[in-house]
Design a protein around this ligand. Structure first.
Ligand code: FES
Length: 235
């Protein structure tokens, strides 16, 4: 059974508009449609200038995070029926500069990600085959390997809105992934980076990040584990 939905999208074209404004579209939705399907419907059938990012369409690439009915979510993962509303509002992720319509400038976000050195660092001689790890040691950081860098967490964080220099939940999650990896040797260096005034201490355990994460990562828990590791490293 199909249903008529009003889709209200915050539009902004820097070449035409002085400020963002809402535009309303009537769309037809089927039982399994996701918000991404509605955005495609508008783009293909009503207004080809509507601009948004998407790639995999299945919650893997992290490119279509946006503010949907007041919450950061992936447009490809949230089904219209889950929203239980005849009117759906869509806006770009909060707190990042808007490039056009639903596309935000992610460069500052990725710079923070890079600042925590999110890759394996080790001076140990290369083994003949892979660097082996027990299942127990692998499980220590399993949760934080799930991050897809969609920025839903960082841009839902009031501490980030108040202080955009805060490194943010996503960067801390990706630091956690290597800090607790026993094959890595740069944990101390990452803890030092995150002990900065724009590091973990800006977290106020508000849990918005955990609520926003489309992968279900226990982000606030990960931040607390990194904070504890900093305290322990200085004891
Ligand atoms: S399009 Fe890849 S996560 Fe949604």
């Amino acid at each position: 059974m199909t249903m008529q939905i009003e889709l209200r999208i915050l539009r902004y074209d820097p070449e035409r508009d002085t400020r963002p404004h809402e535009e309303s579209y009537q769309v037809e939705t089927g039982p399994m449609d996701r918000v991404l399907d509605l955005l495609h419907q508008v783009k293909y059938e009503q207004d080809g200038t509507l601009t948004f990012r998407r790639s995999c369409g299945h919650g893997v690439c992290g490119s279509d995070a946006m503010l949907i009915n007041g919450r950061n979510r992936l447009a490809c993962k949230i089904r219209v029926d889950q929203l239980r509303a005849r009117r759906i509002t869509v806006a770009p992720l909060p707190g990042l500069p808007v490039v056009k319509d639903l596309v935000v400038d992610m460069e500052g976000f990725f710079a923070k990600f890079r600042s925590v050195r999110p890759y394996l660092i080790s001076d140990r001689p290369l083994p003949e085959r892979e660097r082996r790890q027990t299942q127990h040691d692998r499980a220590r950081f399993d949760d934080t390997t799930k991050c897809i860098l969609c920025a839903a967490c960082t841009t839902s964080c009031p501490s980030f809105w108040a202080q955009p220099s805060y490194v943010g939940p996503a960067a801390i999650v990706n630091a956690h992934r290597f800090i607790f990896d026993d094959r890595d040797e740069a944990a101390e260096e990452r803890l030092e980076i995150l002990a900065d005034r724009d590091g973990v201490w800006r977290c106020r355990t508000i849990f918005n990040c955990t609520d926003a994460c489309p992968r279900g990562i226990h982000i606030t828990q990960a931040i607390l584990e990194v904070s504890s590791a900093i305290v322990e490293s200085r004891a």
